[in-house]
Design a protein around this ligand. Sequence first.
Ligand code: MV4
Length: 520
Amino acid sequence: MRPLRTVLIANRGEIALRVIRACRELGLRSIAVYSDADADAPHARAADVAVRIGPAPASESYLRGDHLIEVAVAHGADAIHPGYGFLSEREWFARAVREAGLIWVGPPAEAIAAMGSKTAARTLAIQAGTPVVPGTTTPLRDAAEAEALAAEFGYPVLLKAAAGGGGKGMRVVRGPAEVAGALESARREAQNAFGDDAVYLEKFIEGPRHVEIQVLADAHGTCLALGERECSIQRRHQKMIEEAPSVAVTPELRARMGAAAVAAAQAAGYVNAGTCEFLLDRHGAFYFLEMNTRIQVEHPVTELVTGLDLVQWQLRIAAGERLPFTEAPAPRGWAIECRITSEDPASGFLPSTGRVTRLELPTGPGVRWDGGIDVGSTVGLHYDPMLAKLIVHAPTRDAAIARMRRALDDLVIEGVATSADFHRRLMDDAAYQSGDVDIQWLEARLPTFLAAVPDEATTRVLAVAAALLAERSRSGGAPRRAAGVAGPTATIGAPTVDAADAVADSAWWHAARRDALGGA
Ligand code: MV4
């Protein structure tokens, strides 16, 4: 087998940087690629070599698989790491990389294909003994067949695109009268999104959690489940917060879900890092949904609770190494990830653009920033709005929430609107803190969260207060407290004020002081 010395990273942003760091720690050379929009991007500067691959649109740069392989060969790469998104789950690309004599840092093209069709994945899972949602494994012929099957499984049912994933081409059907219309619109959406109008049917599971299992398999037959991630907090199929472990998973359930994930992965001939997605219902029953045949955005929470570097293991497995362990470590402590996106919660999460004019990053114990931006970075509309991930690790879930809250307070991003403040509100939410959430929870709560955005007048008052506070702090050391103005007031041991008020006051004090001093 060809030795692995140089890796071309066919991606951008935070995941490209993440792979470059893993390469450097393993002593590998890294080759970044960049579009015209990314000529000054951090990932292009961080790699050993950076190669321009085309204009800003992804279809003319990061999605040009043929060209990327040429660049890899021309610059002496031995391997291509696709990151997530872009070409990471394109069977043809994995195959073309292999046929060009390069190492593909990902699963075999055949495993990508097997899991790419949701009906084929269901068939594999069933054969492996992995529980799936009751439903069909072949596409529906027509509305009459759909109606007969829906009657058999019982309403509500869910129509899903066979080529799908990510919620496209999905329709909930609550009674026979809705079947024909839902089938037609699901078909149309599937055709538009995937060029394939095949649709199948499942029993609709109401109010489940989305829990996924990280799998890591080497090319020598060792396949391990590395525990779960709780991904229920999502909006329009975009995850906003992920955690490891999940409050809903006991060691016993973890072992059963892990075994089910490993069985499905092995049935597909899986090698490298992958993730099996499950729905977990209120009664603790779990159902395989699909397998993601790539490294995922939220992999860091698993890294923090297992102590394993998943991206390094992707590279080592691709180079032919064996996994040196046969059992997954039990999760240690609690990890939480917030996806910081350039979306403005106040405007219904519209993508926001601009130039990053100020960036202050949280640090300290148990804080990790996987980012793809710098001061001066331009945030446009060509690519995914995720700017960075803020990830924390602490001994307990409560401590992790407090740490995330602190880290979000310390984070300053100016020049582009972000989701960071929304994440702060989530950390303060009692239902979030209790862990009692499901996949519908965030969308149902959005109006309440968004209503809490301070109005213009309040913002002005706060700005004036911040300026006064800063002036006082600059001129006389410790600020004196005016009557009725609360600074940090929580005490350890015997709280003297309501704990929630203390946190809010403390955050206010901290943010106001920092904001006003920052411009000085
Ligand atoms: C489901 C479901 C309920 N019942 N299947 C959404 C995208 C795709 N990965 C599968 N999805 C779902 N499949 C049955 N039989 C609910 C969802 C679903 C969902 C799943 C995971 C995370 C977020 C979600 C949001 C809405 C619906």
